[in-house]
Design a protein around this ligand. Sequence first.
Ligand code: SF4
Length: 363
Amino acid sequence: MNHVPPELKRVVADAEELGVTLLGVCGPQPDAPEELARLEGEYQEFIASGNHGDMNYLAKFAPLKYRAETLLPNCRSVLMFGLNYYREDAVDAGSGRKLDAAPASGRIARYARGRDYHKTFGKKLLHILQQLQQTYPEDSFRRFTDSGPLAERSFAAATGACVTGRNTLSISPLYGSYFFLGEVLSTHQFPDFVTVPAGQGCPRGCRACINVCPTGALSAPYRMDARSCISYLTIEHKGLIPVDLQEALGDMVFGCDLCQEVCPLNAVRRPTTEPDLLMSIAGDAISLSEILRIKTHEEMTARFGGSPLMRSGRRGMLRNACVAAANLGAQELLDDLLRLSSDEDELVAQAAAHARERLIQDA
Ligand code: SF4
């Protein structure tokens, strides 16, 4: 770790005690004015091309993205924090087989297997914020963790603690890309600081993430078309999964880790020690038949409440499970799909009818 300036010692210690890392500190804009104009221009292009899909909030809050002072007047410093979420796949104690290799089950992205990080990380940042407020009563602070419009990756890169990989993710030498970003905005000016400098980033010539992406969402280095990203399609997208992309989803029913799994910069990964993230609310994989038998929002909440899966809700998870069932050739689920093809939720009914047709054709 770099030498910690005296003003930041308490923050670093508080963060460590809470199991998070102060990655670094930068000013209220991630770049000099000319570079900022370029960043904002690129982002406008991304929005204008419709790459953000259904995520209309990205367009709405675009002007705030690179300007922390629009979220906290007189903001002078942005303190960026990281929380490691990596967890190994669960392995069956008897056979040594990965549990997500069970037949007819849907895979869950690593970050979503335990409790919702917004709550867990948000509480830790609140604690840090309260300590700061006590130390600097005249100053103001605000915290976010993927809960505001700030371009967290750009600010993380601005501290020097992370690079943005060709897969568009923040990568740190502490965690690889398996970590959450969160930040505290401050009107108190802290010295710029980086805990561990990020280094060079992507090795020359590496295109592993681009090559592995089954939908071509990484259309070029550093360019992500959210509309074909499996994470977007299974979590944020509100309608049917486009037919031409369905097969590429394979058994993934919530998120996707493929561009992380192949990344050589993730060789540094190590399991998180955060109990909330190690819980198995969703776990590595869920039986598709279990998902397809969830009848109501209440049943969904009883089973997955407190986990990120609630973002997709019953209708999203059932839609995704229908696609996975057809992709896996799960003929044993035909009866469930028949029942669901008259579900009162039209999205679920259409997804089930389509999956059933695919299974019958493939029989
Ligand atoms: S897989 Fe290779 S190109 Fe992609 S983010 Fe990792 S190092 Fe960069």
